[in-house]
Write a protein of this length. Structure first.
Length: 309
């Protein structure tokens, strides 16, 4: 039985990943300091004898007694609301946390996977964004704490690969949604769903013409697992290239929730990307992966989860 350490294991994506790996027969250790995660996300896993949880901040030295086959570094705030509240911690988990987890993987002779982000592309001047695009990032802007933390983390992972021959993988995650998201995390999916279910005004920032592409969480986890099992070391985009304007997305949410909400407009936040869509050619070719869950199907499941919770 192979053992996996998942940092950020009590977060939205991390908890889904832990559950998936347990179903595949792995022993899973989740590590989290609960800065933005929650124990409720992993409560259903606690009774599994192959699952354990360690409360720890990965920005500090990590000690794990068990042998490890994989280290998956998913610890980090991911919502602009969160990382703009705790920018220093965000920078530390991307730098010190990445350094500590890479060192752990090296010591344990484990494979390593870094959860990076489409934010490394900043406000892109190319659409869709391929892995070869270097990005358009404001390193001193209010989003720079997250963007640059992830860009540094990628550089450090590649340095460990080149210098120490560590088997590293880098997944660039595009907008992901699904059951288990925090209703107050500030991102567009929980914001719109929560507002629509309450028949409150749906808040669209800017003119709503900016675009996003949304990947259902089960598709993302399949992509991560495919990358984890591959021989690739360079970054790989995992996301859904089905691109919509934010205004279109608001209308879809209204339709699916049968909401009476009105759509209102507020000023666009600083450095908010105008376009965001993955080029997944590499994932399709090298991993034989592509998303399966259509937007309305995934949103219906997510809306139902929000209704119950």
């Amino acid at each position: 039985m192979k053992t996996v350490l998942v940092t950020g294991g009590a977060g939205f994506i991390g908890s889904h990943l832990c559950g998936f790996l347990l179903s595949k027969g792995f022993k899973v250790i989740a590590m989290d300091n609960l800065a933005t995660g929650g124990l409720k996300n992993i409560e259903h896993l606690r009774s599994n004898q192959n699952f354990s949880y360690i409360h720890h901040d990965v920005s500090k030295h990590i000690a794990v007694s068990e042998e490890l086959d994989f280290v998956l570094h998913f610890a980090s705030p991911a919502s602009p609301i969160d990382y703009q509240k705790i920018p220093i911690q965000t920078l530390k988990v991307g730098s010190l946390g990445t350094h500590n987890t890479l060192g752990l993987a090296l010591a344990k002779k484990a494979k390593y996977l870094l959860a990076s982000t489409s934010e490394v592309y900043g406000d892109p001047l190319v659409n869709p964004q391929p892995e070869t695009y270097w990005g358009n990032v404001n390193c001193v802007g209010i989003r720079g704490c997250y963007d640059e933390a992830k860009r540094f983390a990628e550089a450090l992972a590649m340095a460990y690969h080149r210098i120490h021959k560590l088997d590293t993988k880098i997944v660039r995650i595009f907008n992901t949604y699904g059951p288990g998201m925090r209703k107050d995390d500030g991102r567009v999916v929980p914001n719109f769903i929560t507002q629509a279910l309450k028949n409150e005004p749906i808040t669209v920032y800017g003119d709503g013409k900016q675009t996003r592409s949304f990947c259902y969480v089960s598709d993302l986890i399949d992509g991560v697992f495919s990358l984890m099992s591959s021989s690739l070391n360079e970054p790989v985009n995992i996301g859904n290239p089905d691109e919509h304007t934010i205004l279109e997305f608001a209308e879809i949410i209204k339709e699916l929730t049968k909401s009476k909400s009105k759509i209102i407009f507020k000023p666009l936040p600083v450095d908010d990307p105008h376009i965001r869509c993955p080029d997944i050619s590499k994932a399709m070719k090298e991993l034989k992966w592509k998303p399966k869950v259509a937007l309305k199907e995934g949103l219906s499941s997510t809306i139902e989860w929000f209704r119950k919770n």
